[in-house]
Design a protein around this ligand. Structure first.
Ligand code: BJ8
Length: 425
């Protein structure tokens, strides 16, 4: 990890000692999990570079943008429309955190029995260890789950916040509520930036964000091949980086990677052995640097071929229509697209169940792993229904409940080994 950015971090109010500890902890983990993989696509070098400079180059870019009068908008959920932020010449950045490092800091304030994603995210602000949050002018929260909703009230004591109310039901009333929230968000962004959002800018931003979705769709399509041409952890890393990299640059890099990976398929070359049992992971998102489950599965001999999560298909499956028109019409299209996300905060949420079955077939999986962050009640309860539909379909399921710590790694490994052995042909 580079140390060239200390001056910038100090100016951002970062706790430098703690921050050194964090970067020093991530480097060897990355080395072990990622760099030790054999025969990776060359295109992964870009993503290695991004992680190697995780708090450096990109933060520097955001800061430059801010120094030139631009705004940075931080988000915690895939419900927040990046299109609107970009159309106002602001830069969106995903803040969800996936490390145990910031959890104990958060537990000084938040209850311990809160999901790790919430604690980790909050701990980064409290401990002043995330230059992304320090660079941002506004955090956008949402009402998707109770834990997050209440955490945002406390976070508001430390940082400017805008909350989007996400409905619980996808009814006409829910849709109208959400459309109103998207309009209110557009107004909040206009107020923050001082830029009125014009139809042509919104159209351009929509195309750009769709390009990112298309690039990820292309990458995920390559994972349907047998042998799968790229490891699950590499593919997931590519998705994780999407949340904070420059969109145009990212699209270019992902498409270059896809070209290479498609070449591997044409040559019958795999990133993992052809007979490795194929796994679909479904459940709560895996924010960077949460690579634990993928690593355990893949070192047990399985190939993770798809993630049905917000750091997977839920992030990019649906496009926003690119048929332009007035700002009002485009906002309606944006609102409708985002309301299609199958988050467990909805009741009912049967579309997610349909999606899991569809993905299971398309990616020819041998088994599904339901990944649940401890204390996430919506996904834990929905797992009951996931279990039922998979049983009907005859697809084996392993239900995992975990957090960001390594305390349960041994136990998880034992369960994963047994599952992988069971589904191996
Ligand atoms: S759209 S999944 S990104 S809310 S894991 S914080 S739900 S207690 S992250 Fe999510 Fe948006 Fe839904 Fe996706 Fe709460 Fe559960 Fe924690 Fe969660």
């Amino acid at each position: 990890m580079t140390t060239d950015y200390r001056q910038m971090w100090a100016e951002l109010g970062i706790d430098l000692d703690r921050h050194d500890e964090l970067l020093n902890a991530i480097a060897p983990i990355y080395e072990e999990i990622y760099l030790s993989q054999k025969d990776r696509p060359k295109g992964m070098e870009f993503f290695d570079f991004v992680v190697g400079n995780i708090h450096g180059i990109r933060v520097h870019e955001l800061r430059k943008h801010a120094m030139n009068g631009g705004k940075v908008v931080a988000t915690y959920c895939v419900f927040v429309p990046d299109e609107i932020v970009l159309a106002a010449d602001a830069i969106p950045v995903g803040l969800c955190a996936g490390t145990q490092f910031s959890v104990p800091i958060a537990e000084e304030v938040l209850p311990r029995n809160t999901c790790a994603l919430i604690k980790s995210s909050f701990g980064f602000k409290l401990g002043r260890t995330c230059p992304y949050v320090q660079t941002s002018h506004l955090i956008v929260g949402e009402t998707t789950c109770d834990g997050k909703k209440k955490m945002f009230e406390i976070l508001a004591e430390y940082h400017p916040i805008h909350i989007m109310e996400v409905p619980n039901k996808k009814t006409e009333a829910g849709r109208n509520l959400w459309r109103g929230e998207v309009i209110a968000f557009k107004e909040a962004i206009e107020k923050l930036t001082g830029n009125e959002i014009q139809a042509d800018r919104l159209d351009q931003a929509t195309k750009l964000v769709n390009d990112r979705r298309r690039a990820l769709q292309r990458l995920y399509n390559t994972r349907k091949a047998r042998p799968v041409p790229i490891s699950g952890k590499d593919a997931m890393l590519v998705t994780q980086v999407a949340f904070y990299d420059d969109v145009a640059r990212y699209v270019q890099q992902v498409n270059a990677l896809c070209e290479e990976v498609e070449g591997r398929i044409a040559a019958g070359k795999g990133g993992v052995p052809a007979d490795a049992p194929r796994i679909l992971i479904t459940g709560t998102p895996m924010a960077i640097p949460n690579w634990k489950l993928h690593h355990i599965l893949e070192t047990a001999g399985a190939a993770v071929v798809c993630e049905e999560s917000c750091t997977g298909t839920r992030y990019f499956s649906d496009l926003v229509p690119e048929d332009g028109g007035t700002v009002e019409r485009q906002l309606g299209n944006i609102a409708d697209r985002y309301l299609q996300i199958h988050c467990a905060c909805f009741t009912p949420n049967d579309e997610r169940l349909d999606d899991i079955i569809r993905l299971g077939r398309e990616y020819q999986v041998d088994g599904v792993v339901h990944n649940n962050l401890q204390f996430c009640h919506t996904y834990a309860n929905e797992a009951v229904k996931v279990e039922r539909v998979l049983a009907k379909e005859g697809i084996p399921l392993l239900r995992i409940e975990t957090d960001y710590s390594d305390e349960d790694a041994g136990q998880l490994r034992t369960r994963v080994d047994a599952f992988v052995e069971m589904i191996s042909k």
